[in-house]
Design a protein around this ligand. Structure first.
Ligand SMILES: [Zn+2]
Ligand SMILES: [Zn+2]
Length: 161
């Protein structure tokens, strides 16, 4: 995969680049993602914050109260058109972003590595049989590549207080 992916908001004001491959890409069927995206599930590209580079436009963010975790989720969106581009789950250590896969110029260039929170999956969505599926969340060590685990460890250490 090309290591630089580009995307942007619906009005074109905000443009961004991803300067690395994803740590992992989630298809998240949780009720928070369903509501926030207005879709049956969200495709969330999990990567280090420094790899998500805004090239133009201005973002605003809002803090949404966390669900089960009790920690908020911060969502960044285009201040003109309101398209949400990425979020940060404050429950997760390090400094990472979850980029909305549907905002890529070529959304088909990314495929979910796992489907999660499928216990709230919409009944009209059929899951693939060639990727791991989890009713809730999962143990990163059992799913992630060694490379991604190393990158996340480095990110957590770099942003430790
Ligand atoms: Zn916009
Ligand atoms: Zn979710």
């Amino acid at each position: 995969m090309n290591s630089t992916l580009e995307g942007g908001c619906a009005c074109g004001a905000c443009r961004y680049e991803l300067h690395s491959t994803p740590l992992i890409t989630h298809a998240c069927h949780c009720t928070d993602c369903q509501r926030a995206s207005g879709a049956p599930f969200a495709v969330n590209i999990w990567t280090e914050a420094e790899n998500v580079v805004l090239q133009s436009g201005k973002l605003r963010s809002v803090l949404l109260e966390g669900g089960a975790s009790g920690k908020p989720c911060e969502v960044w969106f285009c201040e003109v058109c309101g398209t949400a581009l990425w979020s940060r789950y404050h429950v997760s250590p390090g400094d990472c972003r979850w980029v909305r896969g549907g905002t890529l110029d070529d959304p088909a260039s990314i495929a979910p590595d796992v489907h999660i929170w499928t216990r709230s999956k919409m009944p009209f969505v059929t899951l693939p049989d060639d990727v791991p599926i989890f009713e809730q969340f999962y143990d990163l060590k059992e799913v992630w590549s060694a490379d991604s685990l190393g990158r996340l460890r480095a990110n957590i250490e770099a942003h430790a207080q």
